[in-house]
Design a protein around this ligand. Structure first.
Ligand code: XCC
Ligand code: SF4
Length: 647
């Protein structure tokens, strides 16, 4: 069993007490987790943290001296501004590539389903018609499969066309935004072209203009927003159906001692859908093995996807993924892609848990690999579920820690679901009750709390604190990704949390909820996984269109209080390109360049060129969640004032 150097100080790691219990247990057993590893490297490298370390060629690595001391240029002459901007773009590329790959896999899955050589069928027919119409595809008299194929081909065209703008950008963006992006020369043509161009421009001896590099970051934001988020959400809705209101549970009590427990972890829901399906079909086999049945729980965004469409309960967000294994009750953890800590394998080796990787390009040494492809998805899912069942009798009962507490949460707030709820108040014009609430000031603004949990942060604290501060001040809060886990675990997605809402917000939530047959809408609305950040974006676009303004004019903000992932940074950049203010609570690693910091964070009234002048919103870096919320509230009020909305 691995021993860590220092387990004497078990400081607090999470607002979720269950994980603190497991962390202590892991420390006592000498099992390393990300939390203990983070404590072993207490101070991150100051050069990397400031973004001034360059490894783009073999003459380096070079680093710029901090605070003006030491060398101010790399060997090639690249200065701190160029190096910082280039490193930021490198992170953007990484984030956008992950989401784009998610989109591409989903597009291929839709193509194969449409052509009939796959284990999947189109379930979201209405969404298919809607997307097809938006893309200008003739649907009259055509079979569903035929339309599905046309839509899939249009999506794949976004990875190969050589001129014009991406289809998915034209499908979802406001024309005024497109005009602005065209004028700045940042409109993406195709996803792979832009990623490849961006990799090229960051390489040694290419782009050395920090402004141009930052504009390249915005192009990556658009690639991510349209080619990653929107394309993935749309096609997943077409394949698996549009999410509808569901009630489920969060926290570690969702892991059941008497059941075969399977965790789905990662992002692309293709395989998880089948795991859920086969877990239900094979429950008799689990009973034959002595279990009461099969229990699927979610981790990270796979968890969000399965929650949104099937009400699967959620066990953990990103930062505590290893600790789920420490319950001693997990028979298998199935992973696909992104945010999967390699550390899970070592932890699993201390228990009976089997880690199962499923994609040929995401493997972990020591783990089981079951190759997944859409035409053999049923077979793969059955194999995996049976492996989990076979592990059930191997549990070491001495090592089990079970929890009883769960927290109820509502989820499934697609825009379609939100519109449906609103239409109970106004059938002819469903958006009107929401618009009225915003214009009257009953709702001051809209905030999307998105992104991750981060091992170096006190888990859930930032996400929950920003949310509570905004709710108190009558801001409508929607959430996605791992931050949605944080909010759900702390009662912000059930009726108990209504007490945190300001009076006028609570009134609106109750009015909408009751018309739709609930006691109220929950205080915060779970809109899905990280790629589902397309949903809040679409909601804002719909509201802006109805008010006859641009998204940038709306009293709307984004916040990533505890992010860890370049994916969250590039999602934020997509919102920035739309003029929405974005808060990050974790160092974005640009402080090594005053110039880059100014461009990103300065206001429209400041000297020089900056994001707010160009697009209407800026990056806000603030570690303290209470202060961050205060800044966001101020920004919301400024935008209300500019729009002439009631104060
Ligand atoms: Fe990953 Fe999406 Fe972040 Fe969670 S929220 S840690 S990116 S799983 Ni997207
Ligand atoms: Fe150094 Fe320039 Fe090479 Fe970067 S690209 S490592 S700054 S020589």
């Amino acid at each position: 069993m691995p021993k860590t150097q220092d387990h004497t100080h078990t400081q607090r790691i999470s607002l979720d007490h269950d994980f603190e219990v497991l962390y202590e247990k892991a420390c006592e057993a000498g099992i390393d987790t990300a939390f203990s590893r983070a404590k072993q490297t207490p101070v991150p490298c100051p050069f990397g943290s400031a973004g001034v370390c360059c490894r783009h060629c073999l003459e380096g690595p070079c680093r710029i001296g901090l605070n003006g001391k030491g060398p101010q240029e790399g060997i090639c002459g690249a200065n701190g501004d160029t190096i910082v901007a280039r490193n930021l773009l490198t992170m953007m590329i990484e984030g956008a590539a992950g989401h784009a790959e998610h989109g591409r896999e989903t597009a291929l899955a839709l193509l194969e389903a449409s052509e009939g050589h796959s284990d999947y069928q189109i379930k979201g027919v209405e969404k298919l018609y809607q997307v097809a119409a938006g893309l200008g595809i003739e649907t009259n008299g055509k079979a569903v499969e035929d339309i599905g194929k046309q839509v899939a081909l249009k999506a794949l065209e976004d990875f190969q066309k050589q001129a014009g703008a991406m289809n998915w950008l034209t499908l979802h963006a406001q024309q005024q935004s497109i005009d602005k992006w065209d004028e700045l020369g940042i409109t993406p043509v195709n996803i792979h072209l832009e990623i490849s161009k961006a990799v090229t421009r960051t390489s040694m001896g290419c782009d050395a203009d920090p402004i141009n590099l930052l504009l390249g970051c915005l192009t990556m934001g658009l690639v991510d927003g349209f080619g990653g988020l929107h394309l993935s959400s749309d096609l997943q809705d077409i394949l698996f159906g549009v999410p509808k209101l569901v009630k489920s549970n969060f926290r570690l009590g969702v892991i059941k001692k008497e059941m075969v427990n399977i965790a789905v972890h990662g992002h692309v829901p293709l395989l998880s859908e089948k795991i859920v399906e086969w877990s239900r079909k094979l429950s008799e086999e689990a009973k034959a093995a002595g279990a009461a049945g099969i229990n699927v729980v979610g981790i990270c965004c796979s968890g969000n996807e399965m929650l949104m469409r099937h009400g699967i309960p959620a066990a953990s967000s990103f930062s505590s993924q290893e600790l789920v294994i420490v319950t001693g009750m997990l028979e298998a953890m199935i992973v696909d892609v992104q945010c999967i800590m390699p550390g899970i394998q070592k932890v699993a080796e201390c228990y009976h848990t089997e880690i199962i990787t499923t994609l040929p390009y995401v493997k972990i040494a020591g783990s089981t690999h079951v190759n997944f492809h859409t035409d053999k998805a049923d077979k793969a899912a059955q194999d995996i579920v049976r492996k989990a069942i076979a592990n059930f009798p191997k549990r070491d009962h001495q090592k089990i820690t079970s929890f009883t507490g769960t927290v109820e949460a509502y989820a499934g707030f697609s825009n379609e679901q939100i519109i449906e709820a609103l239409s109970a108040l106004n059938k002819e014009d469903p958006l009107k009750p929401l618009l009225d609430a915003i214009t009257s000031g009953a709702i001051r603004g809209v905030a999307a709390i998105v992104g991750c949990t981060n091992v170096r942060e006190f888990q859930d604290w930032g996400n929950v604190t920003v949310a509570k501060e905004l709710l108190k001040n009558n801001v409508l809060v929607v959430a996605t990704g791992c931050s949605a886990h944080s909010l759900a675990k702390h009662n912000l997605m059930n009726m108990q949390g209504l007490e945190y809402c300001g009076e006028s917000l609570r009134g609106v939530l109750k009015a909408i909820g009751q018309a739709a047959g609930l006691e109220s809408l929950p205080p915060t609305l779970h809109m899905g996984s990280c790629v589902d950040n397309s949903r809040p974006a679409d909601l804002l676009t719909a509201v802006a269109n109805r008010l006859g303004v641009e998204v940038k004019d709306l009293p709307a903000v984004g916040s990533c209080p505890e992010t860890h992932s370049p994916k969250a940074l590039v999602i934020g950049t997509y919102f920035l390109a739309n003029g929405v203010d974005v808060h990050v609570g974790v160092n974005p690693q640009v402080s090594g360049s005053q110039f880059v910091t100014d461009v990103l964070c300065n206001g429209a009234k400041d000297d020089g060129l900056n994001l707010e002048k160009l697009f209407g919103g800026k990056l806000i870096y603030e570690k303290d969640p209470v202060k961050a919320a205060a800044i966001l509230l101020r920004r919301i009020e400024e935008k209300r004032l500019a729009l002439g909305l009631s104060s």
